[in-house]
Design a protein around this ligand. Structure first.
Ligand code: MEV
Length: 317
């Protein structure tokens, strides 16, 4: 029996603009994870995925089957992609998956589930894949889920370290001079990333000059944030987060609940706050001083957050 797992993720700066060529910064969210356990199955029984939390069992019948079904895409497609890459037939195996990452909430649940499943499959086949080979496979899964993803979600989740990311290029090494604390507050409403990414793409096609200028400003904020993080000037990230949130509102991907949570965090003493991920639902992140973390978390819950997670962004290792 072998076990593998993968973390959730948060986008610190640059979501949506990253789909259109601008840089973004993301970090793993270790507090929530997807886990897969692979166990041998009887001869000729094939590959079964069991998701006990959803009370769901799915069998992989063929490497070529490709129904347009969200459960197939989430649970079986990653395994098809990996088996094709490894040039392996369908093995006799049961994979049991669990996840504490809320679905469609901008925390990378799809990419983390795929990463855990493929890692467990590879370990069971004794064919462990280095991250540089695994990452493009999980990107293929993301493309199936999200249409035109940038690749940032799979990259931060597979490498499990903070990344400065530009679409189509390898993640760039990036120093974190001083760890900092974020609160991740959930609106409790899901929103599929492919919808918001599609809507922003349509807005850009309709108004290229206005929307292109917003993407460029977000890209500039992300570059400035990188310099501040590398210099350890963490408090100065707050106003950049606030401005990035404003620009995301202009891209139509905020919501009343996301705006309310950001305002509540700022009023309670957060240094800055913004939505994180695809938007219109999902989570906000708020930058806090350690000593204010408890009172800002209480204010977020009082303002309607379904859940608040405290996390630190720190150098890998
Ligand atoms: C989703 O976590 C981030 C988006 O920028 C989409 C992407 O980069 O693929 C909204």
């Amino acid at each position: 029996m072998v076990r593998a797992d993968a973390p959730g993720k948060i986008i610190l700066f640059g979501e949506h603009a990253v789909v259109h060529g601008q840089p973004a910064i993301a970090a793993p969210l270790h507090a929530v994870r997807a886990t897969a356990i692979a166990a041998p199955a009887p001869h000729a029984s094939g590959l079964t995925v069991y998701a006990p939390d959803l009370d769901l069992t799915r069998r992989l019948e063929s490497l070529d089957d490709s129904p347009d079904d969200p459960l197939h895409n989430a649970l079986l497609f990653p395994l098809q992609v990996a088996l094709r890459y490894l040039e392996q037939p369908i093995p006799d195996l049961t994979l049991t998956v669990r996840s504490t990452i809320p679905i469609a909430s901008g925390l990378g649940s799809g990419a983390a589930l795929a990463t855990a499943l493929v890692r467990a499959l590879c370990a069971a086949l004794d064919r462990a894949l280095p991250n540089d080979e695994l990452n493009p496979l999980i990107f293929q899964v993301e493309q199936r889920h999200h249409g035109t993803p940038s690749g940032i979600d799979n990259t931060v989740i597979v490498y499990e370290q903070p990344v400065y990311f530009v679409r189509g290029t390898p993640p760039q090494p990036f120093a974190i001079a001083r760890p900092f604390t974020l609160l991740v507050a959930d609106t409790g409403h899901g929103s599929p990333t492919h919808t918001t990414v599609g809507d922003v793409g349509r807005l850009y096609a309709a108004e290229p000059a206005r929307i292109g200028a917003i993407f460029s400003e977000i890209g500039g904020i992300t570059q400035q944030a990188r310099r501040l993080i590398e210099a350890g000037k963490v408090a100065a990230l707050g106003p950049l987060m606030d401005r990035n949130h404003d620009l995301l509102r202009q891209l139509t991907v905020s919501s009343g609940a996301l705006d309310r949570l950001c305002a509540a965090a700022r009023a309670a003493g957060a240094l800055g706050a913004k939505l994180s991920g695809g938007g219109r639902g999902g989570n906000i992140i708020a930058l806090v001083d350690e000593e204010r973390a408890g009172s800002v978390a209480d204010a977020l819950l009082a303002a309607g957050a379904a859940n608040v997670i405290r996390t630190a962004v720190r150098p890998p290792g």
